[in-house]
Every structure is written in C-alpha cells, then in structure tokens.
Design a protein around this ligand. Structure first.
Ligand code: IPM
Ligand code: MG
Length: 356
C-alpha cells in the first residue's frame, strides 16, 4: 500500500513527538511492505513566523489532497499576543472546518501498567478504564460568531453557540454506530437544563436512539459527567457531546490514563480523509528537551492506520508494541514510577519501533 501523509509537526514539543510517530510508522511500513510518503506542512506559530499566517493556502491544499494528516500540536506563549485572526489555534480550527472533520474520537484507555501513574485511587480505576469520547468538532461556540464591542462605556464580549439538527444528527450517528461496535452503551452529555442547543441536542439524540434499540442510551448533564468521570469512570462506554464540552471532558478523562501524553485522537469526516493527533497541547515548558511523551502521537498513528487505511493488523501491532514497552518498565518523565526506567522522547520512539 502506498499512502501520502501530510505531516503537521507544529509548535513546542510537536516536532519531537511527530518524529517518533514517523519512526514507528516507517518501521510498520518496512515490516508489512507499505510505503508512506510524507509532506511537511507548517502550522501554528512556526507558520506565523515563516509565512505570516498560521497556515498557508498551499499547506491547506496539501492536507486536502493527502490520504491522511498527522498533527503534533500548535501554539505557545510566543504567539499569545497575535491578533485573534492569525493565532496559531486558528489554523487548527480552519483545518478541522475545511476538511469537514466533524467527528473527533478520543479513546480513553488505561494501560494497566500505568494504574499507579493515574492521580485517581486504584479502587476508583477498578478493573481498568476503556471509554471513548465522541466530540463534535466543527460546530458550536468554536465556530459561532464572536465579537467584542463597547456598550454603555464598557466592553462586552459575545460568543454564539449555534447547533443545527443536521450537525447533531450526524455526530449522533457516529456515536451510535461506534457504540454498536463496542459495549453498546451510549451516554449523551448536555446541559439541557439551561441551554437551547442542548435541548435540541437531546431531542435529536432521542429520535436517533429509536433507530438503535440495541444501544442502551442515557442522557447525562455535563456537570454531573465531570463528577462521574472521576467518581466511577467504569460506568461509561461511549460518551457523545458538543465541541466545547468535549474539549473540557477529554482533558479531564486523560487523567484516567495516567497522563495526557498517552491519549490519541482521530478527527473524521464523512469521507476517508481524517486528521490524527494527540489530545495534548504544545507544552512549551518542556519543548526542545527531548523529554515529552510521544506515545499519544504514536497511538494516533495507530488510529490512522486503522481508520484511514483499514490496516487493523498494523494498528494492533503498534498498540501491542506500546504495551510491551510499558511491560518492560520504560517510562517517560510524565508517567515515571518507582522501579521503572526513565527514557527520553526519542528513546521511547526507538523502543516502540524495536518491538515491532
Ligand atoms: C484540543 C485543543 C484545541 C481545542 C485547541 C488547541 C484549539 O485543546 O484539540 O483539544 O480546543 O480543540
Ligand atoms: Mg483540548
């Protein structure tokens, strides 16, 4: 199989972790007889520095014409004072929107070896964590109108959170279909006691749930979800929610896995093109030190093989290589435990590649 992958390393630790994912993908290609060609695209702050914009039209076109996109992270304090229209994050939102990546899957799985790295007590973690957050990614307050204006002598800022039925229905379908392939339990997260968007969300989900009688469906308020995730995470199988709730809850859920550095994600469109990225940010405080955890990005690479290229054997191979490396006691700083061997970002990439 020959595939063209757009590589968007981005800012901060982005280039370091993407390099390790590429190392692992190349090892997979060698072992299973595939060819992965990469085209690098600047995104975020590095693109602002080089081209004056967070992503160029040419860069966007490269993403659109590739078979898949692998992203590191964008942003950092250096660009915090950029005008909103050219902030690094703007490019990420633009790629999501232009590629139609409305469905963001954030699997939250605790490797049992990392149980004591999680800040939660082992009795809360119970028999392990395996849940999936399905986050709507191209609607809601992230893409509604926003403005800051002067009213009666003071500044007033407004961010609008629109959701249309078709947007809710399309992410709902992804969630129900995904639940069918997993534990057949779906919790839809909203704030229907306050928000109109949530009331439409709930109504639409209820309508869909009639088409999926095998899925045990429930509604749960977002504030309660935040509590339940750390009170009893084992109760969840698939969670579906709107854009901003999903952003917040997935960071919270990442702590169940031991470290935010462990959590991969896939952003899918209605076609085959998708973008794969770890859920964490650019971590400017540790950038350039070769100490970041590349496993979230490596596991995002596995998701790419599975979802974009239907290479499930290869994806399984990466996941079990990660498992073996953790079994052998190798840890990056963020997941370091007593009695384990601390390794750098690039050593971790080497170790995973060696296990393949
Ligand atoms: C994420 C990130 C982004 C988001 C930021 C960088 C714009 O936090 O992917 O979760 O809010 O979606
Ligand atoms: Mg986030």
């Amino acid at each position: 199989m020959i595939k063209h992958i757009a590589l968007l390393p981005g800012d901060g630790i982005g280039p370091e972790i993407v390099a390790e994912a590429v190392k692992v993908l190349d090892r997979v290609a060698e072992k299973f007889g595939h060819t992965f060609n990469y085209t690098e695209v600047d995104i975020g702050g590095c693109s602002i520095d080089r081209h004056g914009v967070p992503i160029t039209d040419e860069g966007m076109a490269t993403c659109k014409s590739s078979d898949s996109v692998l992203l590191g992270a964008v942003g950092g304090p250096k660009w915090d004072s950029c005008p909103p229209a050219i902030r690094p994050e703007k490019a990420l939102l633009a790629v999501r929107k232009e590629l139609g990546l409305f469905a963001n899957l954030r699997p939250t799985r605790l490797f049992p070896q990392l149980a004591s790295a999680s800040p939660l007590k082992e009795e809360v973690i119970g028999n392990g964590i395996d849940l999936l957050i399905v986050r709507e990614l191209t609607g809601g307050v992230y893409f509604g109108q926003r403005k800051t204006e002067e009213v009666d002598g003071e500044l007033v800022a407004t961010d609008i959170m629109p959701y249309s039925e078709h947007e809710i229905e399309r992410i709902g379908r992804v969630a129900f279909e995904t639940a069918m392939k997993r534990g057949k339990r779906l919790a839809s997260v909203d704030k229907a006691n306050v928000l109109d968007t949530s009331r439409l969300w709930r109504k639409t989900m209820h309508r869909l749930s009639e088409e999926y009688p095998e899925v045990t469906y429930s509604d749960i308020l977002v504030d309660n979800t935040a509590m339940q995730l750390i009170r009893n995470p084992g109760q969840f199988d698939v969670l579906v929610t709107e854009n901003m709730f999903g952003d917040i809850l997935s960071d919270e859920a990442s702590m169940l896995t031991g470290s935010i550095g462990m959590m991969p994600s896939a952003s899918l469109s209605s076609g085959t093109l998708g973008m794969y990225e770890p859920i964490h940010g650019s971590a400017p405080d540790i950038a350039g030190q070769n100490i970041a955890n590349p496993l979230g990005t490596i596991l995002s690479g596995a998701m790419m093989l599975r979802y974009a290229f239907s290479l499930s054997e290869e994806a399984d191979a990466i996941e079990s290589a990660v498992n073996k490396v953790l079994d052998l006691g190798y840890r990056t700083t963020d997941i370091m435990q007593e009695g384990c061997k601390k390794v750098s970002c690039s050593e971790m990439g080497d170790l995973v590649a060696q296990q393949l």
